[in-house]
Design a binder for this molecule. Sequence first.
Ligand SMILES: Cc1cc2nc3c(=O)[nH]c(=O)nc-3n(C[C@H](O)[C@H](O)[C@H](O)COP(=O)(O)OP(=O)(O)OC[C@H]3O[C@@H](n4cnc5c(N)ncnc54)[C@H](O)[C@@H]3O)c2cc1C
Ligand code: FES
Length: 261
Amino acid sequence: MKKMLDLVVTENNQLNQNYCLIKLTTSDNTQLPDMQPGQFVEVRVDGSPSTYLRRPISVNYIDKEKNELWLLVQAIGDGTRKMCEYKKGDIINLLLPLGNTFSIPQDLSTDREFLLVGGGVGTAPMLFLGSCLKEKGFSPKFLLGARSKNDLLQLDDFAKYGEVFCTTEDGSFGEKGYVTNHSVLTKSKFSTIYTCGPKPMMMAVAKYATENKISCEVSLENMMACGFGVCLCCVEKTREGNICVCTEGPVFNIEKLTWTN
Ligand SMILES: Cc1cc2nc3c(=O)[nH]c(=O)nc-3n(C[C@H](O)[C@H](O)[C@H](O)COP(=O)(O)OP(=O)(O)OC[C@H]3O[C@@H](n4cnc5c(N)ncnc54)[C@H](O)[C@@H]3O)c2cc1C
Ligand code: FES
């Protein structure tokens, strides 16, 4: 059930010029609400007079030992820039957890080869998803894409949960090109691909998955305002009609979308 909570900033680290990693915990030592990979929070951005509406941010990771929620934020406008200025001890109001989740098999009885593909800030939900798959006994692989080496973030964290492959558009780290060009796709067989990132990247991944008969789930980052199904600004056309990404998503099996034949 979603809750409105005031959480306290324990750390806010600037990871590069555009990204920060905010760590939050409860102010009264109570347990954080249960959150699952794929879900997101809506942040009320206090201190930014031009940011009237809450901003949706994915659950990047849950540190159970420290009772911390991590948010990876790319500063692209007033709201996200303000979030990157938050300091240790600041209180942030969040609505959480929102949305559905990636589907994780409950048993290890069948062979499962998972590839988690993230591009840009779309790598954010993949860390939590990877950690949960690892916890269940699976060995996920990560394929992370960025413009340049400096934009590839949290690589040491990803490496705790599986093998990490990277592409950069300028060739400064990993293989040069887009994620769909990476050699891991030809060298390994995957049963499931999960992806989040820019829409053209997700569509290319969905096309690859369809052509190779691989199950594929995508996490959409449509523009959102209310976050709970009222304003209709997050609508996506699907095979079942137009639906709100904030309440029925953000995670969809590509079979439900109209991206592929
Ligand atoms: C389910 C979901 C999960 C998300 N997870 C993350 C996350 O983990 N980390 C993160 O940094 N961002 C995430 N985003 C995107 C984030 O919500 C937007 O970047 C943010 O709302 C922009 O707010 P702003 O006030 O900084 O910028 P604004 O001033 O509102 O907008 C600045 C620019 O960003 C564009 N923009 C706004 N929202 C989006 C969007 N959803 N997608 C693409 N462009 C947008 C606007 O068109 C404008 O050009 C997520 C979005 C969704 C829907
Ligand atoms: S964001 Fe308002 S309906 Fe989805």
